[in-house]
Design a binder for this molecule. Structure first.
Ligand SMILES: Nc1ncnc2c1ncn2[C@@H]1O[C@H](COP(=O)(O)OP(=O)(O)OP(=O)(O)O)[C@@H](O)[C@H]1O
Ligand SMILES: [Mg+2]
Length: 245
């Protein structure tokens, strides 16, 4: 049922076996085309009962050991994981699934995680008629509408799910071209707020996204402004006197 190769991507033994298991348990029916081939994962459009789904296959051979360590070690959820490359790698693949679940529980606009098996994550498809919604970096957009939503969604992620994205950029935000509603994706590297590097990652996320927004608009958003707006969002969520970080 599954071919060995899609476009330039050759499935290795582990991916092949895992796809068969996912099919045997009726999670997917087919893998049909490549959506994106990144450094550390390849993302495919597939189907399940004619509904589009996304399969993200993490690539062990090109995941640098120090990257795996950076995002897994220090995350309390993975403190019992053995620190060899294979175990760190599988923990990392499962991390995106866990993070999506946390986000979903806190009403963050993100793909719905469907299954995680070995190094393959299955999630809902963000798009229409088998065409993925474009990334913010490729969109024309209303600055104010997008800025408000970014603060809103990041605020829920940070203060609701207690997660810092850690790779936040216009490449990891999809935009529905009809409604302009955004969806945050690519959360494998997101860390809990008590991670030792969380504050550094948060600062980098804010700088990345404000730099992008500022290039597109006359009105410049400072780092402090963005942070204050996020804190207002927190007050909205929890009230003024709440001390939870
Ligand atoms: N749930 C989804 N629905 C629709 N498209 C998706 C979904 N997840 C990922 N994509 C598409 O696949 C691309 C890559 O996904 P993602 O950012 O999660 O992986 P990545 O490993 O970071 O790859 P890259 O290095 O290309 O960013 C996205 O930019 C998007 O176009
Ligand atoms: Mg990405």
């Amino acid at each position: 049922m599954f071919v060995n190769k899609i476009e330039n991507y050759v499935f290795d033994n582990l991916a092949h076996k895992t796809l068969y298991k996912l099919a045997a348990s009726n999670v997917i029916d087919s893998i049909d085309m490549t959506l994106s081939s990144g450094k550390e994962a390849v993302t495919f459009l597939g189907h399940s009962n004619t509904n589009p789904i996304v399969a993200k296959i993490y690539k062990i051979e090109t995941s640098p050991f120090h990257n795996l360590q950076k995002y897994i070690v220090g995350d309390q959820r993975f403190k019992h994981v053995k620190k060899d490359k294979r175990n760190l790698f599988l923990a990392w693949a499962s991390k995106e699934y866990k993070n999506l679940n946390l986000m979903l529980k806190n009403n963050v606009s993100c793909p719905v995680p469907i299954a995680i098996k070995e190094n393959i994550l299955i999630m809902s498809f963000i798009g229409e008629k088998d065409v993925a919604f474009p990334r913010l970096v490729n969109c024309k957009f209303d600055h104010e509408v997008i800025y408000e939503q970014i603060v809103d969604e990041y605020g829920k992620m940070l203060y609701g799910a207690n997660l810092v994205h850690a790779d936040f950029s216009a490449y990891n935000i999809l935009v529905n071209p009809t409604t302009a509603k955004i969806t945050i994706i690519d959360v494998g590297q997101a860390v809990l707020i008590n991670h030792p590097k969380a504050q550094d990652f948060l600062k980098r996320d804010i700088i990345n996204i404000t730099d992008f927004l500022n290039k597109k608009h006359k009105k410049q958003i400072t780092y402090e402004e963005f942070l204050n707006k996020l804190k207002k969002k927190k007050e909205e969520m929890y009230g003024r006197n709440n001390n939870s970080e």
